[in-house]
Ligand binder design. Structure first.
Ligand SMILES: [Zn+2]
Length: 490
């Protein structure tokens, strides 16, 4: 095998027709298979996106900083050895569907479940108890301390099965994709409107070309979908478009809609200690306990589509808002395969076990099937059908015992962490804080501490700022000048 280990080898390229004029893509024309690939971006967890775009690049700012912070964290700070892998390589709740795409950029195979051999019908009481244990990580120890290495078969959801496309129906229709990623069924009217908007009257200006996209080009398109307002032009024509100063200014948001389900009683506000320069009136860094760090790191597990939903389609994150709206419109237009497919794109779930205990933002978590049966070949089959005799207990990889309610977040507490404005997170070290203040040229007597609360709105603002700002803490907590006195209480 050649090529990088992270990038799946695509089965074949996918063709695309492009109309361009004046160094700009006017639109691309493609079939349902390409639209499927484009829409699948909404299912990708942010950690995967950072990994694909390149963790060494600073292009998606704070998310990259957080990714690298997790990467350099010592394992003693995490609840289990699996936590780091879950954050750096988060599972996609729609990974089975994505594995059927013509080009799938999600770099992992669908999750496998492993089980152990210490349970059988003859001596069930002495084995693992009455449940059969499963693990998504091979060779994890079961509660009776034997290694779980036998592969089980996970039965596929019947609702999603069926031929044709993955999310989009395999219609003969052609689709138009604008430079800013509005996807629509092709029509002459839409075409004319686009020409008018771009001020193109002369047909001689227009050039047509055929392209074949491979995996690398799809990843390139993903990257510009996040970073640019003209992703097709940047990805296809290699024209740099950001000279127009299109960068989005972060603005504080309130709750976009009344939060009907947010009343979950176990969700508590969190506190963050800000270290502020009195004279400069800016946030220097923050100190936080594991609950805040867990919450921030969990952003890496959020699917792109769930973020756009939480931010009310106003994230300002590249052109992802447009892609999200296109998924809604294509669903309304009857182009998506089913309601389940629509939900996977506009309301994607976190992968099983990826949620943290104190999740201030409401994202549903997917679950593994709960029942198990023995097939004729001796292969254990995990299924959603309750007709089978006994329960499948899938171990929570975040939990040291594997038992679900013992698993809280990814981080092991108590511990205090230092969070920089760009969301670089590291264990608090007094020596490092002094060095940092020196580096920032802030005298120690100029520093005040103030405690702020992170509730739902602050959580939402932190999420939004992590996508588009480079100074997340200042933007979210330091909007007013002068710094509000009420917050200056230690
Ligand atoms: Zn066992």
């Amino acid at each position: 095998m050649e090529g990088g280990p992270l990038i799946p080898v695509d089965r074949k390229g996918i063709s695309l027709k492009v109309l361009k004029a004046k160094d700009r893509v006017i639109f691309a024309e493609a079939d349902y298979e390409f639209v499927d690939i484009l829409l699948s971006f909404l299912t990708l967890p942010i950690g995967t996106v950072v990994r694909l775009v390149g963790p060494d690049s600073t292009s998606i700012g704070p998310l990259t900083s957080m990714y690298n912070s997790v990467s350099s964290l010592e394992s003693g700070h995490l609840q289990t050895d699996y936590c780091k892998e879950m954050l750096l390589n988060p599972r996609n709740a729609s990974e089975t569907e994505c594995s059927k795409l013509k080009i799938n950029v999600y770099p992992q195979e669908p999750a496998k479940l492993y089980t152990c051999g210490c349970f059988d019908f003859e001596w069930s009481e002495s084995g693992c108890g009455t449940d059969r244990w499963f693990s998504t990580f091979k060779d994890r120890e079961c509660p009776s301390e034997c290694r779980m290495s036998a592969l089980a078969k996970v039965e596929e959801d019947k609702a999603i099965k069926g031929g044709g496309g993955v999310f989009v129906k395999d219609v003969a229709a052609r689709f138009m994709i604008t430079d800013d990623l509005h996807v629509m069924a092709a029509s002459t009217a839409a075409c004319i409107l686009l020409f008018q908007m771009l001020g193109i009257n002369d047909g001689n200006e227009i050039e047509e070309s055929h392209l074949v996209f491979d995996t690398q080009e799809v990843i390139r398109l993903l990257k510009f979908a996040l970073l640019s307002k003209s992703p097709l032009t940047e990805a296809i024509l290699y024209v740099h478009c950001s000279s127009k100063k299109e960068s989005v200014k972060f603005q504080l948001k309130g709750t976009p809609q009344p939060d009907k389900n947010a009343s979950a009683s176990n969700i508590k506000n969190m506190t963050l200690k800000l270290l502020v320069s009195k004279s400069k009136k800016t946030v220097l860094y923050a100190e936080a306990e594991v609950d805040v760090v867990d919450f921030l790191f969990s952003f890496l597990t959020y699917p792109l589509g769930s973020i756009i939903r939480l931010l009310g389609k106003k994230s300002g994150f590249g052109c992802v808002d447009n892609l999200y709206k296109s998924a809604e419109d294509l669903s309304t237009g009857g182009y998506l395969k089913s309601q389940e497919c629509t939900k996977m794109l506009v309301c994607p779930k976190l992968a099983p076990f990826h949620n943290v205990e104190n999740q201030l933002l409401q994202i549903e978590e997917a679950s593994y099937p709960m029942y198990v049966s023995d097939s004729s070949q001796g292969l254990w089959v995990v299924t959603r059908s309750p007709e089978m005799n006994f329960f499948a207990a899938v171990m929570d990889p975040k939990s040291p015992t594997g038992v679900v309610d013992a698993g809280k977040g990814y981080m092991k507490g108590p511990a205090t962490f230092m969070i920089l404005n760009d969301l670089t997170v590291s264990p608090l070290s007094p020596v490092k804080s002094v060095a940092l203040l020196n580096q920032m040229n802030v005298p120690i007597n100029d520093v005040v501490e103030c405690v702020v609360t992170i509730g739902h709105d602050e959580a939402l603002n932190l999420l939004n700022a992590s996508l588009i700002s480079k100074t997340v803490l200042s933007d979210v907590f330091n909007q007013e000048e002068p710094y509000p006195e009420v917050m200056l209480k230690v």
